[in-house]
Design a protein around this ligand. Structure first.
Ligand code: KPL
Length: 326
């Protein structure tokens, strides 16, 4: 397949390395010219913490393009499928212009973002596109601009999201789409555990709940995920955030058998040493994804007339911690 991957962070590099080595034609869009140069001269390496054999792809087996704002680059001559692996803020701030050439096409686009809000923006920007949401539990850590560590094998689940909740759309989901089916096959051939699912919204809302409870509190207290469980006061605040969010989910008719409080505690334990993605953004003075995580809970609550004062408060606190890049 011809695949465009927009975003050369840990997930983008992981997908690129394995998809290139299994014979796909990949164009990797990077945020810096320096990363493009290094990828072209050094190639790309995926290594494993458990000592498994690393995958190294030479720089002439794929192309690396800069997603530079000035001069603005555009995704001309797109491949069979476009993967967007950048964070929400980059997608909202920098990508609309780059994606413009896809406006007149029935482009297949797979979005790997945390939180909600990007699909609505893309639906408006690219009305003809077939938009897919992907949720992954693959763990990857970028070591250098050209090397990523595949720290834990997980799953990639792809489906049509109906967010904001739209029951009619949910029932008419059509997954018999050539592009996504071929892409899932390409992922499997590259060694990923990937599937198409009609349950992607359930998985998205489960992840949203986990991220809305864990991420902002780790960012405010500057602690790894596991330390949230270290004091009863912190656990109490987590529980209150959880309870508010679940009230919104109930009002929206979102099923959450698997979105239990115990599941959130379990994620904290399983990722106890992790610096959450939001804390990592705060520590690097980058804009965070708070608007698309807790901000989504606030918006969903507003639409259903449900007050979520704690999410609103936390949202304001974290939003005030970083200055938006422009
Ligand atoms: O998804 C995460 C994130 O950091 O964004 C969790 C599950 C909290 C793991 O760190």
């Amino acid at each position: 397949m011809r695949i465009d991957i927009i975003g050369a962070g840990s997930l983008g590099l992981l997908l690129a390395g394995k998809l290139i080595s299994s014979g796909n034609e990949v164009r990797l869009w990077c945020r810096s010219e320096q990363q493009c140069r290094e990828l072209t001269s050094n190639g790309l390496t995926v290594s494993y913490e458990d000592g498994g054999a690393a995958i190294s792809v030479p720089g002439d087996s794929f192309s690396a393009e800069p997603v530079s704002k000035y001069p603005q680059r555009q995704l001309i001559n797109p491949g069979d499928i476009t993967l967007i692996t950048v964070k929400q803020m980059v997608l909202h701030n920098d990508l609309p212009e780059i994606l413009r050439p896809l406006q007149a096409r029935k482009a297949e686009i797979i979005c790997f973002q945390n939180g909600c809000g990007h699909l609505e923006m893309l639906r408006e920007l690219l009305p003809q596109a077939s938009l897919w949401a992907a949720v992954t539990t693959e763990a990857a850590k970028r070591k250098t601009l050209t090397e990523v560590i595949h720290a834990g094998r997980g799953e990639i689940c792809i489906g049509k999201s109906s967010h904001p909740i739209n029951k009619n759309e949910l029932n008419s989901q059509d997954l018999n789409n050539g592009g996504a089916i071929s892409f899932v096959q390409a992922l499997a051939a590259a060694g990923f555990n990937a599937s198409l699912s009609k349950e992607v919204d359930t998985i998205i809302y489960r992840k949203l709940l986990i991220n809305a409870v864990i991420n902002p509190l780790t960012a405010i207290w500057r602690v790894p995920n596991g330390e949230l469980l270290a004091s009863p006061e912190r656990v109490q605040l987590m529980k209150e955030l959880y309870t508010e969010a679940v009230r919104v989910y109930d009002a929206c008719g979102i099923t959450y058998e698997k979105h239990t409080w115990e599941a959130i505690v379990e994620v904290c334990r399983a990722t106890s040493g992790n610096i959450s993605s939001m804390l990592a953004d705060v520590l690097a003075s980058r804009e965070t994804e708070i608007r698309w995580i807790n901000g989504s809970i606030v918006n969903m609550g507003r639409q259903r007339g449900i007050e979520v004062p704690l999410h609103r408060y936390i949202f304001g606190l974290v939003e005030g911690m970083t200055v938006r890049e422009r």
